[in-house]
Design a protein around this ligand. Structure first.
Ligand code: WTA
Length: 713
């Protein structure tokens, strides 16, 4: 694989852009296209249109007027718009029903979201086979470029044909171990090509993957495995990041030793970067230390030798689940967000194409981990559905030094680069020379996601990284939304540093007043809701539709509530102002305060904990923990460190309390509810504006907390 060449800008455009009339597409899409040469290829076919003719979506959105015209149609006639969008994909059976959704829980139907409900499709087929099927030369196009943690001389490229072969073989390994359509399979993997192989193999056979971020601890892994009743786990022996190895398989062993995971029958273990002999650190010395449970644990490279590379994609209903992804909520256990097949792929595919102005042959790189939604939608599914060449980066932005991203961009001639503000802010602390000594001429577009990007970071990203040449595509969206919801379209309109600008096609934003719960007319600032459904949105929480309705649809009946604040300016530009609930967004990670409180309260010395966020210029938010201790326990530096450690052990190393504030008491209402509003004001700090404290059972505690808080000193 390492010898394969990168096919750049040399694909046979004539062969791909054969105009196909809509009528022939619709006729052919009702047949089995696998045996029919007349297949759906509408999006590519329309690239020759320079003006939008309303019969098919254009390849590019070039102006604000064009956006507005298409946006208007997408709102006026969502069935028509999303039918055209679905024509970008190949279906075994093209849907006759496009949109069938209900957002109002008060109706007899209740909240119920269905898109393309009689369509039959396979996601893996659309990401891999389809491209080769339409143009055989694509077989040799590079699909994934692997950039290992340690920058080595050699490059590891995998073509579409090679990726497809590996996916088929691994799908057969899954089948051999009894995995069937609808079964849940848990992945616990680092950023390696094998993670994409495993996800796509699940999609190919209709298994529902649940990827757990590689930083989570055994407790959290166990909770997420048992939460979706997985009996098969896919992992790697080790992961390597920033020069340190992490024993993923051993963490799985620890999770499986817990009672709740007793149903797990099979653990499939990839060797980290099996066969990549050029890697300096191939982990072979560590491999000897692994424990092995015979009959349960299997090496994937050995299993792959026992299967062939023939595997027909499973025909999936558009509303069959594609994956479950856990995300932190403001209360309770993590939520198992359920995304389905046809709508999710249509939405991620279209948003990728427009928001990043993707051209065939472009090299694209997204630094998000596959354990988060950005990794699902914009490392794996969106790019591959658009036949992109994607860089998979195993490491971190500061290793071996802070030029790493910019060196990778030069090495692979990356055209589109998508990262998080937290990475930008940490890199801009250092001398600009770390950036300017690199070339970066290949860059065309710079993306941002995960938290609000402050204008200072935006400007640095734009001027220093992008040489004032590349638009910053600030994309606002969520695990629950499946894909990008508010974002600029490159070069179609003016940007304002810090604003995600306008909603994507089909997305109707609506602001509400937090107190009166009344809708607000822009320009205004309020809580952000979405007025109607879009194909990429989550359908439910795994086996808990009631909680789904409670969390997202009860606050503002008839609307999807995002949990974010937003300001819409007179020019219509949207400015996201951050979470309005008890979810912290720290360095791009969502952290539920309730989870941290539970972790602290597990400690034998702790009576009660209350966790709130405060603004932090580098990490977006810092984590502030108020802790009350059991009667005889004295606060100490040692205990403080121990509590920090136990939070990290309990949840994961990415969760780090910045402040532990020991106190004798917490401000509570007379009914015993902790007044988080007051705690937030104390740590912001904005103590001149505490609001009404008269309902507290002990108003003096507020003064004491202010006096002792390191944030108000
Ligand atoms: C925040 C990540 C401002 C927001 C795709 C949201 C953002 C939460 C932006 C979802 C942005 C994400 N500007 N805030 N461009 N992107 N957020 O589920 O608070 O990991 O609700 O999805 O991140 O985080 P999640």
């Amino acid at each position: 694989a390492s010898s394969s060449t990168l096919v750049k800008n040399s694909t046979n455009h004539n062969a791909i852009h054969q105009p196909v009339t809509q009528r022939s597409i619709l006729l052919s899409s009702t047949n089995n296209y696998l045996s029919n040469p007349l297949v759906t290829r509408l999006c590519r076919a329309t690239s020759t249109h320079s003006i939008w003719n309303e019969t098919a979506l254009p390849d590019k959105i070039k102006t604000l007027d064009e956006y507005k015209a298409i946006y208007a149609l997408s709102i006026k006639d969502p069935n028509r718009f999303w039918k055209m969008a679905a024509e970008c994909l190949d279906w075994y059976q093209f849907p006759t029903k496009i949109k069938n959704t209900e957002f109002d829980y008060r109706t007899s139907r209740g909240v119920d979201i269905k898109w393309y409900e009689d369509g039959i499709i396979n996601v893996c087929y659309n990401c891999l086979d389809r491209h080769i099927h339409h143009d055989h030369s694509i077989a040799q196009q590079v699909a994934l470029i692997f950039e290992p943690d340690t920058p080595t001389e050699s490059r590891h490229h995998i073509t579409y044909a090679e990726l497809l072969r590996d996916v088929k073989k691994f799908a057969n390994v899954l089948k051999k171990h009894g995995v069937k359509k609808g079964d849940r399979v848990t992945l616990y993997m680092p950023m390696v090509i094998e993670a994409c192989v495993a996800m796509l193999a699940c999609a190919r056979i209709g298994a529902v993957h649940s990827v757990i971020f590689g930083g989570f601890s055994p407790n959290n892994i166990a909770e997420r495995i048992s939460g979706c009743d997985s009996t098969v786990i896919i992992t790697t022996d080790f992961g390597v990041r920033g020069g340190k190895s992490s024993p993923l398989k051993t963490k799985i062993d620890q999770a499986l030793a817990l009672k709740q995971c007793s149903n797990v029958k099979t653990v499939l273990v990839f060797e980290r970067n099996h066969g990549m002999t050029e890697l300096k650190d191939d982990c072979s010395h560590l491999r000897k230390t692994l424990e092995w449970t015979d009959g349960r644990d299997f090496w994937v490279h050995k299993e792959m030798e026992t299967v062939n590379d023939k595997c027909e994609p499973e025909r999936m209903n558009a509303e069959d689940p594609l994956f479950i992804l856990y995300t932190s909520g403001s209360t309770g256990t993590p939520k198992g967000i359920v995304h389905t097949t046809g709508g999710y792929l249509t939405y991620t595919s279209l948003t990728f194409k427009y928001s990043f102005d993707y051209n065939p042959g472009d090299v694209y790189m997204c630094t998000a981990d596959i354990g988060w939604i950005t990794g699902h939608s914009y490392v794996v599914y969106g790019p591959l559905a658009n036949r992109a060449t994607t860089v998979i980066f195993e490491g971190i932005p500061t290793y071996p030094d802070v030029s790493r991203y910019w060196n990778i961009i030069d090495k692979h001639e990356v055209n589109i680069f998508y990262t998080a503000p937290t990475a930008i802010r940490s890199l801009m602390q250092h001398d600009d020379a770390y950036v300017t000594k690199t070339n970066r001429q290949s860059l065309r577009i710079l993306g941002s996601v995960g938290e609000p990007i402050n204008p200072e970071a935006w400007k640095w990203y734009h001027s220093v990284v992008g040489d004032n040449r590349c638009p910053i595509i600030d994309t606002w969206w969520q695990t629950e939304t499946g894909g990008i919801m508010i974002s600029p379209i490159p070069n179609a309109w003016e940007l304002e540093p810090g604003s995600a600008t306008f909603p994507f096609f089909g997305i109707q934003t609506q602001l509400f007043d937090q107190t009166t719960k009344k809708p607000l007319k822009p320009p205004n600032h309020g809580e952000l809701c979405i007025a109607d459904s879009w194909p990429g949105q989550a359908r439910s929480l795994y086996r808990n539709h009631e909680r789904f309705v409670d969390v997202y649809f009860k606050t503002y009946p008839g609307y999807y509530f995002t949990g974010d604040g937003c300001e819409i300016k007179p020019n219509g530009y949207h400015w996201i102002t951050g979470r309005v609930d008890d979810v912290l967004v720290i360095s791009g990670h969502n952290i539920g305060t309730a989870e941290v409180e539970a972790a602290l309260e597990e400690h034998t010395s702790v009576t009660e904990a209350a966790v709130v966020g405060y603004p932090d210029p580098k990490k977006n938010q810092g984590m502030y923990c108020f802790v009350t201790l059991k009667g005889n326990v004295k606060p100490s530096e040692e205990l403080r460190k121990e509590l920090i450690r136990s939070v990290r052990d309990s949840i994961g190393a990415h969760v780090y309390p910045d402040v532990i504030h020991f106190t004798s008491n917490l401000p509570k209402t007379r009914s015993g509810k902790i007044m988080r509003r007051i705690l937030r004001k104390i740590v912001e700090p904005d103590t001149s504006n505490l609001g009404d404290t008269s309902t507290l059972n002990d108003p003096t505690i507020v003064e004491e907390l202010i006096k002792n808080s390191p944030r108000t000193k």
